[in-house]
Design a protein around this ligand. Structure first.
Ligand SMILES: *Cc1c(COP(=O)(O)O)cnc(C)c1O
Length: 376
């Protein structure tokens, strides 16, 4: 592939000396669990986001599960969310025993349509779970108003939107809890798997921390001498961010802002080069700042376009389609084609082009040129 979607090795080489030194240090220390890297990363990540608390988890999926648990959502509860996303959201809702309720999206941001949320609220509704799809933040101010009126929690899936902003404020503290993913292809990619929950609430931070640490009070492991007994205060799972991933992420955090700027520059370049074609380009709503994890266009001939690109060594993908309500796993829930028309149309037309700090501006121009000559 001449222009790949991801190139994890290229990003490793960009900071190779720093990674090698930090990892060697960790290996020499032998502190593979309950060391100082995770708490240090959590503080640095919270500071970067401008929130009070961040808790590292083993994945974005684990972050969503821990957040739902922390908000005490379980059997009998309904959570309103969108279908044009990763399986992780609906699976987390179902795995805590709650019921997923999908509503349609706005065409421009492709995030949950706040105008449809209120009609979906029932006496069982406990939370709204918006997804900042492709890096465009959901309309958090509107959603928070609705949540306040109905006494609901808001849990934001920002796994694709680290660094996105609304009215000049970074995503991470709009919702009661915000979830992030450090899967290798995300903005801040670990060398395996990772995630985090951010919140301004000390109680919710404690609960996320407890649930993702086997229901234990983490401070137990840092006491000297370490107590002999092991107390489990709540249900939980082994879902902490690993020390070695925290080590890697601390190095990567140093260049996150620079890499976000590169994505924004590449998105501007695509917009300049791809105007006047029979494709819909992604847009930012006024007041919203995109984090450009994906550059996702929409077109009626995405299959032809993607094979045209592939012939020229250019990768593309169609994440996420088909939407969750039409997936086999959810067949028993009774959603039919046509239930979410805006979602379904968008999911049938999306195609993501390569974007990210592993690419040069020249490579982005090459992709744009190939898209153009497909239509000319
Ligand atoms: C990546 C992603 C997740 C899941 O994160 P993992 O770290 O892969 O578990 C959840 N939601 C969205 C929108 C994502 O993009």
């Amino acid at each position: 592939m001449i222009v790949p979607m991801y190139d994890h090795a290229a990003l490793y080489r960009k900071q190779k000396a720093e990674f090698d030194a930090a990892i060697a240090n960790l290996l020499e220390s032998g502190n593979f669990d309950w060391g100082n890297e995770l708490p240090a990363f959590e503080q640095e990540f919270a500071d970067w986001l401008g929130v009070r608390y961040a808790t590292g988890t083993s994945s974005g999926s684990a972050a969503l599960r821990a957040a739902l648990r922390a908000l005490d959502i379980g059997p009998g509860d309904e959570v309103i969310t969108v279908a044009n996303t990763d399986l992780a959201g609906s699976s987390a809702i179902r795995m805590v025993g709650a019921t997923v309720c999908w509503v349609d999206i706005e065409p421009v941001s492709r995030c949950i349509d706040p105008g449809l949320v209120e009609a979906a609220i029932t006496p069982a509704t406990r939370a709204i779970l918006p997804v900042d799809i492709y890096g465009h933040p959901a309309d958090m101010p509107a959603l928070k108003q609705i949540a306040r009126r109905h006494g609901l929690s808001v849990l934001q899936d920002s796994c694709l939107a680290l660094g996105a902003e609304i009215d000049g404020k970074m995503v991470g503290s709009f919702a009661d809890i915000t979830c992030f993913s450090f899967s290798p292809g995300k903005h801040l990619g670990s060398f395996g798997s990772g995630g985090a929950c951010s919140t301004d609430s000390p109680e919710l931070a404690d609960r996320v921390r407890m649930y993702s640490s086997d229901g234990q009070d983490r401070s137990h492991h840092y006491r000297v001498p370490r107590p002999l007994d092991l107390q489990h205060e709540t249900d939980g799972e082994n879902a902490r961010l690993q020390e070695i991933q925290a080590t890697v992420l601390r190095v990567k955090l140093g260049r996150l802002s620079e890499f976000l700027d590169i994505r924004r520059h590449q998105a501007r370049l695509y917009r300049e080069l791809l105007s006047d074609l029979p494709i819909t380009l992604p847009e930012e709503k006024p007041g919203f700042r995109h984090a450009w994890r994906n550059y996702t266009i929409e077109t009626d001939d995405r299959l032809d376009l993607s094979s045209h690109l592939l012939d020229r060594g250019i990768a593309s993908n169609a994440l996420y389609s088909p939407p969750m309500h039409l997936q086999k796993v959810h067949a028993s829930l009774g959603y039919r084609r046509g239930a979410l028309p805006v979602t379904e149309l968008s999911c049938a037309r999306i195609l993501s082009l390569p974007i990210g700090p592993h690419l040069s501006a020249g490579q982005v121009e090459e992709v744009a040129e190939a898209v153009k000559n497909h239509y000319h």
